[in-house]
Design a protein around this ligand. Structure first.
Ligand SMILES: *[C@@H]1O[C@H](CO)[C@@H](O)[C@H](O)[C@H]1NC(C)=O
Ligand SMILES: *[C@@H]1O[C@H](CO)[C@@H](O)[C@H](O)[C@H]1NC(C)=O
Ligand SMILES: *[C@@H]1O[C@H](CO)[C@@H](O)[C@H](O)[C@H]1NC(C)=O
Ligand SMILES: *[C@@H]1O[C@H](CO)[C@@H](O)[C@H](O)[C@H]1NC(C)=O
Ligand SMILES: *[C@@H]1O[C@H](CO)[C@@H](O)[C@H](O)[C@H]1NC(C)=O
Ligand SMILES: *[C@@H]1O[C@H](CO)[C@@H](O)[C@H](O)[C@H]1NC(C)=O
Ligand SMILES: *[C@@H]1O[C@H](CO)[C@@H](O)[C@H](O)[C@H]1NC(C)=O
Ligand SMILES: *[C@@H]1O[C@H](CO)[C@@H](O)[C@H](O)[C@H]1NC(C)=O
Ligand SMILES: *[C@@H]1O[C@H](CO)[C@@H](O)[C@H](O)[C@H]1NC(C)=O
Ligand SMILES: *[C@@H]1O[C@H](CO)[C@@H](O)[C@H](O)[C@H]1NC(C)=O
Ligand SMILES: *[C@@H]1O[C@H](CO)[C@@H](O)[C@H](O)[C@H]1NC(C)=O
Ligand SMILES: *[C@@H]1O[C@H](CO)[C@@H](O)[C@H](O)[C@H]1NC(C)=O
Length: 482
């Protein structure tokens, strides 16, 4: 039983709908997870690894090959709710760097049914390919094979005129996001990525127009002369198609002459600081919390660290804040951010949120909850431990936090819930497993949305230690009359 609670009138008539429990429906395997030191599948910034469209769910992952130093990109699909996964590997690209940045991201254009892939990016030239039209809009009509996809390109089609050595080099963290159908823009898929190395990278936006090609929106978050690069927690469109983002800055340390190719070096998370926020109604004009204009991309003016009114919470360097944890917008367009701090002598997860009066609140996840958790979950965060997710299931009042245990060697996973009626302070644990989540949990943001081809199920993308799996959870609802 589900319905959309979008107005007080509806609420008064029908009551408020909460998620009070989760019930496991199924766990299915996508394929083996490569035995690398750093994780190539399931990184918090991977957007998306799992996405539903038009009654089908799609997943991407790296799989091992006979040669242990080579991985191939794989894509899978199934018809919902429980069709068998089918798919294939791309034989024409060998992934060889053992580097946790080098994930695969998947995007789908709802307008023409093209599937877009970018992979293996850490300060290198773009690796992009897309399918022919109709693959996702008419899934039953195609044989799902590699022949549906273009060769790899080191540019975005339609943007051949841009200098590849400026726009499509040193690329990291590609993220796709569907542009809401309610907007009348002709573009329906957004791409965000960092260009330039850690501490020196800018964040760029592009969009894709069905049956056309990619267009440049612009550079929206820029480093300053003193070098701080932004690490976004995510990107979310509101119900009015306003794009919201939050981020931390990382100060740059000059590492010339040092080997910093793979993971954090002197430019590590200890140099992260602050929780920043901005939004844009048209992707070009960016505004701060109070709606003041701080960026005009068409005039070449991005948001910079010195932009007024972007810092919602000042968090010092060495303050325990991590980069790229999580954010979500709820049904009332309240922004919620998940991150962590050690500003009280104890590393804790924090929830930062913006209410409908645009005021922000910061609350730690209560340590006392650990006593009620098989994973002691709220006592586990470490400075670089596995990152979690926030989920705001459309049509419900509940905010969910998906928290992976950061305790040494633990693969526990806990899902917590809180409600706006109690100002999101009433966190309780509604579901837990003590093992099975070996790296950062991801979820299918589109399957949850019944207005966008989904069926309301919470699908998680997990690394269970050996395999990449999809775990489906049914939201158990309770309606409270008011
Ligand atoms: C495995 O792949 C690596 C990287 O391409 C290559 O250097 C090595 O020679 C390969 N090993 C074998 C046995 O083919
Ligand atoms: C679980 O998934 C398998 C494989 O896709 C399917 O055959 C089975 O029916 C599913 N079980 C349930 C309870 O949905
Ligand atoms: C990938 O590696 C395999 C095994 O070494 C080799 O046969 C194949 O030609 C390589 N493919 C590419 C695209 O380099
Ligand atoms: C799919 O493959 C089958 C078997 O190879 C073939 O008979 C059929 O025509 C193909 N369909 C399309 C749409 O290519
Ligand atoms: C998109 O760009 C490619 C070249 O990269 C071109 O071949 C194709 O015709 C373009 N498509 C459209 C619809 O303009
Ligand atoms: C989109 O266009 C239609 C028809 O022109 C109009 O009725 C509707 O209000 C527009 N919606 C938005 C979100 O601009
Ligand atoms: C890309 O990185 C290389 C070093 O790896 C650097 O020399 C070059 O200036 C960078 N280019 C851009 C546009 O950031
Ligand atoms: C880093 O240090 C090297 C060597 O001292 C210098 O050439 C370079 O300009 C510095 N880079 C930055 C971004 O400060
Ligand atoms: C929404 O549509 C308006 C009007 O067509 C356009 O200016 C704006 O860029 C669109 N927003 C997004 C997020 O695409
Ligand atoms: C948090 O900070 C305190 C005091 O600075 C330090 O002793 C402790 O080790 C830190 N905790 C973590 C998880 O880094
Ligand atoms: C949780 O904490 C209690 C008390 O400190 C400890 O006995 C228990 O082993 C912990 N459990 C886990 C899963 O870490
Ligand atoms: C974690 O696993 C490693 C490797 O198996 C082991 O050496 C270490 O003692 C374990 N740590 C804890 C706290 O269990």
């Amino acid at each position: 039983m589900t319905f959309i609670v979008s107005s007080l009138l509806v609420a008064l008539t029908y009551g408020l709908c909460y998620v009070h429990a989760l019930q496991l429906i199924n766990v299915t395997k996508l394929g083996p997870d490569p035995e690398t030191v750093n994780r190539l599948n399931g990184e918090s910034f991977q957007q998306d690894a799992l996405a539903t469209f038009n009654g089908f769910q799609y997943a991407v992952l790296w799989v091992p090959t006979a040669n242990m130093s080579i991985r191939n990109a794989a894509i899978r699909r199934r018809s919902l709710p429980n069709g068998d996964w089918e798919g294939f590997q791309f034989p024409d690209y060998n992934q060889t760097d053992d580097d946790g940045h080098d994930i695969i991201s998947l995007g789908i254009s709802r307008g023409d049914g093209t599937i877009h892939l970018i992979w293996d990016q850490h300060d290198n030239s773009l690796n992009y390919r897309s399918s022919v039209a109709g693959v996702a809009t008419n899934p039953a009509a195609v044989n799902f094979t590699a022949q549906l996809f273009s060769p790899l390109n080191n540019f975005l089609p339609g943007l051949e005129y841009l200098d590849k050595d400026v726009y499509f080099v040193n690329v990291t963290y590609p993220r796709f996001l569907r542009i809401p159908a309610s907007n009348n823009t002709s573009a329906d898929l957004l791409l965000e990525m960092r260009v330039g190395q850690a501490g020196q990278g800018d964040d760029w936006l592009y969009h894709y127009t069905p049956s056309k090609n990619w267009s440049l929106v612009g550079r929206y978050l820029e480093v300053s002369e003193t070098f701080h690069n932004a690490y976004i927690n995510g990107l979310d469109f509101s119900s009015e198609a306003v794009l919201h983002t939050s981020w931390t800055y990382r100060d740059y340390v000059n590492t010339t002459g040092q080997d910093v190719a793979v993971e954090a070096g002197p430019n590590g998370p200890e140099n992260n600081h602050d929780m920043n926020f901005a939004f844009s109604a048209d992707l070009f004009t960016w505004r701060n919390n109070w709606g003041q204009i701080i960026g005009e991309l068409k005039a070449g003016l991005p948001v910079v660290p010195a932009s007024a009114g972007i810092t919602m919470f000042g968090i010092p360097k060495y303050g325990g804040i991590l980069n790229q944890e999580a954010q979500t917008l709820d049904g009332e367009n309240r922004m919620h951010v998940l991150n962590r701090e050690n500003t009280t002598g104890y590393e804790q997860w924090y929830h930062y949120w913006r209410n409908t009066d645009i005021d922000w609140t910061r609350t730690p996840f209560p340590l006392s909850l650990a006593a009620h958790s098989i994973n002691n979950i709220t006592r586990t965060p470490t400075v670089i431990g596995k990152r979690g997710k926030l989920v705001s299931p459309p049509g419900h009042e509940t905010l969910l936090a998906i928290l992976p245990s950061n305790a040494p060697n633990s693969t526990g996973l806990s899902i917590l819930a809180s409600t706006p009626q109690n100002h999101f302070r009433d966190w309780k644990i509604i579901w837990e497993i003590s093992s099975g989540c070996g790296w950062e949990p991801l979820f299918d943001r589109y399957r949850l949305n019944m207005e966008d081809g989904g069926d309301g199920v919470l699908s998680l993308y997990l690394i269970d230690g050996k395999d990449v799996v999809v775990m489906d959870l049914d939201l158990q609802l309770e309606t409270i009359d008011v």
